[in-house]
Design a protein around this ligand. Structure first.
Ligand SMILES: [Zn+2]
Ligand SMILES: [Zn+2]
Length: 349
């Protein structure tokens, strides 16, 4: 079969011929219907090197995957061949306290995971291929009726990651609250939709690109702002009493966006850093409003994936996608790198 492989660190991926996988005991092979291209893949290609993470190339890219059950290994129950499914991306040990409640991203025993701190497309073979081996059947999540794998694929990361970040701040997102989304890209535009679908907060979308603001407005943002020197004050002015944003979600994570988030947040607000832009935010007693909670997040839990897929099936969350064939995947990443991609690129092998 054909697969898009990353041959080495600091290299371009290439489409090559590899053996079709077959499932061992407890494993599942999924026929891929869609594999999302994630901005973090660009970091894998260009920035990572030996020692950055506990695994190394070569492997097949693609950590946002959905399709149909193709083959079941011995002992796998509860799934049938041909059934539409999504693949939960972060693969933990399966037995520690975190994995038992479906929080594999924070597995406490990564030495027992299929690959420490990774998953399919992150150290092991991912979904940018005709078929994908899922080494643990519990990572295969059935799709609700009516959800196409091409839409389900980006929901497993571009949907799940913002969903988790938003869900943990739900208590602060009432009808009088304001949420700010910084960066309306692959994750941010879905974040705006999730805020509108699951909370009554007013949503302000901020980006440096006019096109992204248009997308933010299409996704339901109440207000969009082109970011500049006075954006933090503009956000404050747009909130009741000028108090600032209850929740800021930074999908970029660069120095200027982190500074903006800290300046726009209100007392007892949340500033959640989702983007891996490599910026830093100096924190001291007087530098942020009292009791602002600042946190990073990584992906989401398996129960949350089921919830995101439900939102997708009911049309409440619908990632904007551009589809590419496997042979065009390298070009999709080029467009992503240039910032010309609209919404999420999904590779359909
Ligand atoms: Zn990703
Ligand atoms: Zn674990």
């Amino acid at each position: 079969m054909r697969a898009l492989r990353l041959p080495n660190w600091k290299s371009e991926p290439e489409v090559v011929e590899v053996d079709e996988p077959s499932p061992g005991p407890g494993q599942v092979v999924v026929k891929i219907g869609g594999a999302g291209a994630c901005h973090s893949d660009l970091h894998l290609m260009h920035d990572f090197e030996a020692g950055t993470v506990p695994w190394n190339p070569p492997f097949t890219l693609g950590h946002e995957n959905a399709g149909w059950v193709h083959a079941l290994g011995d002992g796998v129950t509860g799934l049938t061949v041909g059934q539409p499914v999504a693949v939960y991306g972060p693969w933990g040990c399966g037995t520690c306290a975190r994995c038992r409640v479906g929080v594999d991203p924070y597995c406490e025993n990564v030495a027992e995971a299929p690959v420490p701190g990774g998953g399919g497309g992150l150290g092991l073979d991912g979904g940018m291929a005709e078929y994908m081996l899922v080494p643990q059947a519990r990572q295969v999540v059935p799709l609700p009726d009516g959800l196409d794998p091409v839409l389900a694929a980006p929901l497993t990361d571009a949907g799940l990651t913002p969903y988790h970040a938003i869900r943990r701040s739900w208590a602060k997102l009432g009808p009088t609250s304001t949420a700010v989304v910084i960066g309306v890209g692959g994750l941010g535009h879905v974040g705006v939709q999730i805020l509108k679908a699951t909370t009554a907060a007013r949503v302000i979308a901020v980006d440096t690109r006019e096109d992204a603001l248009k997308l933010g407005a299409e996704c339901g943002a109440d207000l969009t702002m082109l970011s500049g020197e006075n954006t933090a004050q503009e956000i404050r002015r747009a909130t009741p009493g000028g108090r600032g944003a209850d929740v800021v979600l930074d999908f970029v994570g660069a120095d200027p966006t982190l500074a903006l988030g800290a300046a726009a947040a209100r007392t007892v607000g949340d500033l959640t850093i989702v983007g891996i832009g490599g910026g830093t935010l100096p924190v001291s007693y007087f530098s942020v409003p009292y009791e602002v909670s600042i946190q990073t997040t990584y992906w989401g839990s398996r129960p949350e994936l089921a919830e995101v897929l439900e939102l997708g099936a009911r049309g409440l969350v619908r990632p904007k996608t551009s589809t590419f064939r496997l042979e065009e995947a390298v070009d999709a990443y080029r467009q992503m790198s240039a910032g010309t991609l609209e919404g999420r690129a999904v590779i359909v092998p």
